[in-house]
Design a protein around this ligand. Structure first.
Ligand code: SAM
Length: 292
């Protein structure tokens, strides 16, 4: 088992450990995270006051240094120097996994580019915790992080992903939750299934699944649902069945080809040209022929 700490005497560089911390319930810290936080020479923290409280709770006295969005690039150089001098360093954020909608990306990139080892120490992460209990398809999903705060940019982003078939997962601030749910209902459709995962691992943990319009009403009717921390999960887009699943362009090409050749050949060629499904195009061709 690798031992964290200082190995400066051997001349080898240290290791940067990317350590996940709890997202609410302190029992969710792992035994390995506690060991590493206790053994490294330095903990680089998004907010040193916040992380020192966590470390005090577990009786860990390792020195802390601030590493956040505003100083990550300059601080990175100093942390890299410590690593190159042989010290092991742990990177933590305020909650959950660093780099997941949290600082750390620039540091990890810089450290890896310098050829210094970076080791993940996995643990809590709100997106994964929410997905694991939401009951939406979890085999393929996309994490969109926080949507833009400005209405136009947020709606544009939602428009861009409205036909995404994988489960969609968003972080959202409580004061924007209702507005965001309304935009989602308007763009993804009132009936699209969604889940609000709020205050995970904490006293008022709530997981509410409903079609988007219903979820909007439910959140609007209870101010408590607009407090705390939340993840919004939305079922992926399902293509409509039958002829509706074909684009207008596919049907236009099909009609042109149908005038020149047998329906089976026309459907096969239209599928090749437009990327539409051959069996649907054939079905559409037969229906159209019957109507001619
Ligand atoms: N790095 C963190 C992680 O691994 O999940 C995320 C940090 S991001 C700045 C904070 C956002 O994560 C919150 O606004 C919320 O969307 C989500 N979040 C964090 N803790 C949560 C919790 N206990 N319940 C629900 N969502 C949470």
């Amino acid at each position: 088992m690798a031992v964290a700490g200082s190995n400066s005497q051997g001349g080898a560089p240290g290791t940067l450990y990317v350590v996940a911390t709890p997202i609410g319930n302190l029992d969710d810290i792992t035994a390995r995270a506690l060991r590493i936080l206790g053994e490294v020479a330095l903990v680089a923290a998004e907010d040193t006051r916040h992380s020192s409280r966590l470390m005090q709770h577990f009786g860990i006295r390792t020195p802390l240094v601030a590493c956040h969005d505003h100083n990550e690039r300059e601080q990175g150089g100093q942390i890299l120097a410590r690593l190159q001098a042989g010290d092991d360093v742990a990177l933590v954020s305020d909650a959950g996994t660093p780099l997941i909608s949290d600082p750390g990306f620039h540091l990890v990139r810089q450290v890896r580019a310098a050829g210094v080892r970076v080791v993940p120490v996995p643990g809590a992460c709100a997106v994964i915790a929410a997905l694991s209990a939401a009951g939406l398809p979890s085999d393929r999903f996309i994490f969109e992080g926080f949507l833009p705060a400005k209405t136009t940019a947020r709606r544009t982003r939602l428009e861009h992903i409205k036909e995404e078939s994988r489960t969609l997962i968003f972080y959202e601030a409580p004061h924007r939750l209702l507005e965001t749910l309304h935009d989602m209902a308007a763009i993804f459709g009132d009936a699209r299934q969604a889940v609000l995962a709020r205050e995970l691992t904490k006293t008022f943990e709530t997981l509410k699944g409903a079609p988007l319009a219903e979820l909007c009403d439910w959140v609007a009717a209870d101010a408590n649902q607009q407090r705390g921390e939340c993840v919004v999960l939305v079922a992926g887009w399902q293509p409509p069945e039958g002829e509706e699943a074909l684009s207008a362009e596919a049907l236009r090409v099909l009609d042109l080809l149908r005038a020149e050749m047998p329906v089976k050949r026309a459907a096969a060629l239209a599928a090749e040209i437009t990327g539409g499904r051959k069996n649907l195009l054939y079905q559409a061709a037969l229906e159209r022929q019957a109507e001619d």
